[in-house]
Design a protein around this ligand. Structure first.
Ligand code: SF4
Length: 286
């Protein structure tokens, strides 16, 4: 059985904070409550290497096979602890934040790379429903979208949909050079767009876009225009209508860290306005 839960501060994203392998709590002032994170990538492995990534000791690879019995044990233990109030009291969580906002599959790597991804989504959905967490709280999958064409991942998205879940799909750049630099991926825009369509057909889907300063170059017109053009296509060919725009809030743990910086609020606001003109709803995290 999992052991005692450590002291948790607001916006503490330490995945060891609960002393569990798969489950980690994040109290977010911005979200106004508790986000229950589920990390499938306990080996810190991802098929991409975004240069702003905050995963320590990130390696290239996939998530290991998930121990579903352990995941079940941890999630039931943690949700019970939260619902009975012990977690909030021990961690001195503000009474206004004592609500589970979401359960988010968001790992130290790409979660859909786990072979038994669909089984794990079903397990989480079932436990959260049984314990009365769903449907009040959201069920979120945070993904780079690169593997969504695979049948086992599609199955996972269909299951996510049955629990009213949503996909947050990463799209940082619409140029080959930008994706190669920012995400260190060779996956084409075309293939990413095809996967976005699959996602949007199977489950409610939002885009997540990280923009930042690299070597004091700011957000170039080339990147900006390519992104806006791609959004026009997305608007015309999918039902995706929301974008979460953000910049670097915490330091990258990749070798490029020293060359990266946050973009100003003015730049983000201007970019967001351009996106709204295309017909998207935009939220900004400064
Ligand atoms: S997709 Fe996510 S986990 Fe993978 S390298 Fe990029 S930011 Fe890190």
């Amino acid at each position: 059985m999992p052991t005692a839960i450590a002291m948790l501060t607001t916006d503490n994203h330490d995945r060891d904070a609960a002393g569990l392998q798969y489950v980690y709590p994040v109290i977010s002032r911005r979200a106004g409550g508790l986000s229950v994170g589920i990390n499938f990538n306990v080996n810190n492995a991802c098929n991409w290497r975004c240069i702003y990534c905050q995963v320590p000791n990130l390696t290239k690879g996939v998530a290991p096979d998930l121990d579903l019995a352990l995941l079940q044990n941890e999630l039931e233990f943690f949700l019970n602890d939260v619902q009975q109030g012990g977690f909030y009291q021990r961690c001195q969580v503000d009474v206004n934040n004592r609500v589970i906002k979401d359960i988010a599959i968001s790992g130290n790597g790409e979660p859909t790379s786990a072979k038994n991804f669909a089984d794990a989504v079903a397990l989480i959905g079932g436990i959260a429903t049984q314990l009365g967490v769903f449907p009040q709280s959201h069920f979120v999958l945070i993904t780079n979208g690169s593997l969504l064409h695979q049948q086992r991942v599609r199955e996972g998205l269909s299951i996510l949909n049955t629990y009213g879940g949503e996909v947050w799909f990463k799209l940082d750049s619409a140029t080959k050079e930008g994706r190669s630099l920012v995400n260190q991926t060779t996956q084409s825009i075309k293939s990413s767009l095809a996967n976005l369509k699959i996602s949007a057909e199977l489950c409610s889907t939002k885009l997540q876009t990280c923009v930042f300063d690299y070597r004091a170059q700011g957000l170039s017109d080339k990147e900006k225009n390519a992104y806006l053009n791609l959004l026009k296509t997305i608007r015309e060919t999918t039902n995706v209508s929301e974008i979460m725009l953000y910049t670097l809030a915490r330091p990258s743990l990749q070798p490029e860290a020293g060359q990266l910086g946050a973009l100003s609020g003015v730049v983000l606001d201007t970019f967001a306005e351009d996106i709204r003109q295309i017909g998207f709803k935009v939220s900004i995290a400064y």
